[in-house]
Design a protein around this ligand. Structure first.
Ligand code: SF4
Ligand code: SF4
Length: 171
């Protein structure tokens, strides 16, 4: 598991520096819903418990708000840690929150396609892929009437440049 240790540290996560003060978890707006707060996830890494970290729900529930990294007195960067663990867990096919992954993947696919997110297409694709076809469907008509939803998706200008960004990230 040393390969993970080196790679996550190269990505800017200094988990050995953590002295377990708990400021990250205390400020995390999602900690109430997590199975392990960011402080505990950092501790997993210090103890070499990589499987526990990869299989936690927390890494999928993190909203990347950066509060933990801002508060951390040791420069550990727990927000980057969550992001790195989520990407690596996804690569390994360990997905504790499948619907979150479906939403993230669908969202990014649409950004790559249009340069923005057409809400109607996002909801339809997400609902179909996550097996909850009519989720939030009753909100649609009212939102359409108020002009909050657009049925025809439009691409941004300069979509080619954006796709180059996606291509480079994938490489
Ligand atoms: S705030 Fe930083 S030092 Fe404190 S527990 Fe969290 S990661 Fe560790
Ligand atoms: S970045 Fe994630 S772990 Fe850190 S405070 Fe925000 S939601 Fe919590």
């Amino acid at each position: 598991m040393n390969k993970f240790r080196n790679r996550i540290m190269e990505a800017g996560v200094d988990f050995p520096a953590c002295y377990q003060c708990g400021k990250c978890t205390a400020g995390c707006p999602v900690a109430f819903a997590m199975d392990y707060g960011p402080r505990q996830i950092v501790r997993f890494l210090q103890l070499g418990m990589w499987e526990e970290a990869f299989s936690s729900h927390s890494i999928w529930l993190c909203t990347a708000c950066d509060t933990c990294s801002t508060r951390c007195p040791r420069g550990v960067n727990p927000a980057q840690m969550m992001d790195w663990l989520r990407v690596e867990a996804g690569r390994q096919g360990i997905v504790a929150e499948p619907k979150v992954k479906i939403f993230n993947d669908t969202f990014l696919k649409l950004v790559e396609k249009y340069g923005r997110v057409p809400e109607v297409e996002l909801v339809i694709r997400y609902n179909l892929r996550s097996g909850q076809v009519f989720k939030d469907a009753r909100l649609g008509p009212a939102m359409l009437r108020r002009g909050k939803l657009h049925l025809i998706p439009r691409r941004i200008r300069g979509i080619g440049s954006l796709r180059q960004v996606f291509k480079r990230v994938k490489q």
